[in-house]
Design a protein around this ligand. Structure first.
Ligand code: PGA
Length: 252
């Protein structure tokens, strides 16, 4: 798949069902006919089916999930499979988000299994990588990003990888109000492309969409999206407000 402009809203564990429906309604009203950007709404699990109905038949609006299990079904109390996600219309799933790494101790092997499972059901993974402030301050950020990418990508064929979207989310920027500068984002996105080129080839590295995430908002999105290797945003806090999220979508 060739590179695309994408804005994805990761709502995390926020909103009631009614609030969720209203938010989607307001976003649709504001950006309905702006087709040049792919919009992905990633709400909590219980709202997927309902939001799928709101998004169905909308051009370039897609549903995503925040997580999936490594198995298709079975005795895994409290878990949700890619199989189920596909049955409620999900086309994307987040994998490797730093909150899953930090709070749920998910590791590279989990990400590989989850992505394999997602791909079986035609769900595209949005695979997230990012360094902590300690790794950046000690100048280990490129090394860490290389490790995070290599551990997972080397387990997939080029054809499988062509379904991936990547997201660079520096942990120090997530939910902190401290965004990476456009220069820092561009530098890392270009670097990520070079790692992908080393693992696969330069064509696929050039084709993969790489989103920036971490306090991306209506004020800074334009500057970030201007960067040559930034193809859009994975938005947390600012995705919870229709005006802000819409402004971000219009920031290309
Ligand atoms: P944030 O979150 O925009 O609130 O920093 C981004 C993310 O975690 O995906």
């Amino acid at each position: 798949m060739s590179r695309q402009k994408i804005v994805a809203g990761n709502w995390k564990m926020n909103k009631s069902l009614q609030e969720a429906k209203t938010l989607v309604e307001m976003i649709l009203n504001q950006v309905n006919d702006f087709d040049e950007v792919i919009k992905i709404i990633i709400p909590p699990f219980p709202y997927l089916d309902s939001i799928n109905s709101q998004l169905s038949k909308k051009e370039n609006f897609f549903l995503g999930a925040q997580n999936c299990h490594t198995n298709a079904n079975g005795a895994f109390t409290g878990e949700i499979s890619a199989n189920m996600l596909s049955s409620v219309g999900c086309k994307f799933v987040l994998v490797g988000h730093s909150e899953r790494r930090q709070y749920f101790k998910e590791k590279d092997a989990d990400f590989v299994s989850k992505i394999k499972e997602a791909l079986k059901y035609n769900i595209q993974p949005i695979f997230c990588v990012g360094e902590t402030i300690y790794e950046r301050k000690t100048d280990n950020h490129f090394k860490l990003i290389t490790e995070q990418l290599t551990a997972v990508l080397t387990q997939f064929t080029l054809i499988e990888f062509s379904k991936f979207i990547l997201a660079y989310e520096p942990v120090w920027a997530i939910g902190t109000g401290e965004t990476a500068t456009a220069q820092q984002a561009q530098e890392m996105h270009a670097y990520i492309r070079s790692v992908v080129a080393d693992i696969y080839d330069s064509n696929i590295a050039n084709d993969v969409s790489i989103l920036y995430g971490g306090s991306c908002n209506a004020q800074n999105a334009q500057e970030l999206f201007k960067c040559k290797d930034v193809d859009g945003g994975l938005i947390g806090g600012a995705a919870l407000n229709a005006d802000d999220f819409s402004k971000i979508i219009f920031s290309f």
